[in-house]
Design a protein around this ligand. Structure first.
Ligand code: VGL
Ligand code: ZN
Length: 211
């Protein structure tokens, strides 16, 4: 039993995109190599309405990288990114999206951000990912994608909290790193929370990873 969760491998998070993750393009080949090895592949897409409150442009006088309070919590302001239906929100062209069994959208509520594939940032509203995985009978998850220090971290932390056996495919992730070291800190935090660290090489050598 096992499902691969492919987090936010979208054009806007690749080099040249609106919220480019350094070397974010390198995770595409890792995802492509692993997807055929899993019985189930679920991909998340950051899927914001125009004018989303996580965009600096939605707050006159604010710039990307600044912190504000949104829905009672600290919120980093981002460049406009992953607006529903735009090219920037589409999966990376090289991603073998035909291998994706289900797509879960997040970040649609204009008033609150959603880093996790499972819940909005206040944990009040679920995206449907948990229900989907439970309906499929999946209890063991492998997570990769973009970005390590935001959506990958939030997704993996929620997964362990929800009781899924959760592994992070470390070489299948890249970090934004607003502060140097954010990626390594995120990985340490996931590991401390009970996430197992693996590499794609280990999974591929194991033959039928996650089956
Ligand atoms: C993400 C910042 C804003 C991510 C999404 O996918 O990690 N980061 N929206
Ligand atoms: Zn976003």
């Amino acid at each position: 039993m096992g499902a691969l969760i492919v987090v936010d491998i979208q054009n806007d998070f690749l080099p040249g995109g609106a919220l480019a993750v350094p070397r974010g393009d390198e995770v595409v080949a890792v995802a492509n190599s692993l997807m055929p090895r899993f019985r189930r592949v679920v991909a998340t897409q950051d899927w914001h309405p125009a004018g989303h409150k996580s965009f600096a442009a939605s707050h006159p006088g604010r710039s990307p990288g600044e912190l504000i309070t949104l829905a009672g919590a600290a919120q980093v302001l981002w460049p406009v990114h992953c607006v529903q239906g735009t090219r920037g929100a589409a999966f990376a062209a090289e991603l073998q999206a035909e291998r994706v069994d289900a797509v879960v959208h997040k970040g649609m509520d204009p008033e609150i951000d959603s880093y996790s594939g499972f819940f909005d940032n206040d944990h009040r509203r679920a995206t449907g990912l948990e229900d989907r995985l439970r309906a499929l009978g999946e209890s063991e998850l492998w997570v990769l994608g973009l970005a390590t220090d935001y959506c990958v971290k939030a997704t993996a932390l929620d997964a362990v909290r929800l009781g899924f056996r959760t592994s992070l495919v470390v070489d299948g992730c890249r970090a934004v790193e607003l502060q140097a070291g954010d990626g390594a800190r995120a990985i340490a935090e996931m590991q401390a929370a009970g996430v197992t660290l693996v590499t794609s090489g280990e999974l591929l050598a194991g033959g039928s990873a996650g089956r």
